[in-house]
Write a protein that binds this ligand. Structure first.
Ligand SMILES: [Zn+2]
Length: 77
């Protein structure tokens, strides 16, 4: 757990998912092999400028959207 992470002991199934759920402002790296940019939230998934888009299942996105709205409040006190 790094500084600023939420104190949430739950395992969401992968390092990326755990970071998404616990680290305010976190976005995954692009999934394309030679692309090292970070993706950005597009309202439904994470998208890279190269065209890559994540495919998180809706069951996870339900949790993430709720958590994201809370984390945005934390970032802007
Ligand atoms: Zn990319």
């Amino acid at each position: 757990m790094a500084d600023g992470d939420l104190d949430d002991p739950q395992d969401y199934g992968s390092i990326v998912r755990n970071n998404l759920m616990k680290r305010p402002g976190y976005t995954p790296y692009c999934g394309e092999t030679r692309c090292f940019r970070r993706t950005a939230w597009d309202g439904a998934q994470f998208r890279c400028r190269c065209g890559y888009r994540t495919e998180f299942p809706e069951a996870f996105l339900v949790l993430y959207r709720e958590r994201r709205s809370k984390m945005l409040l934390i970032e802007r006190p």
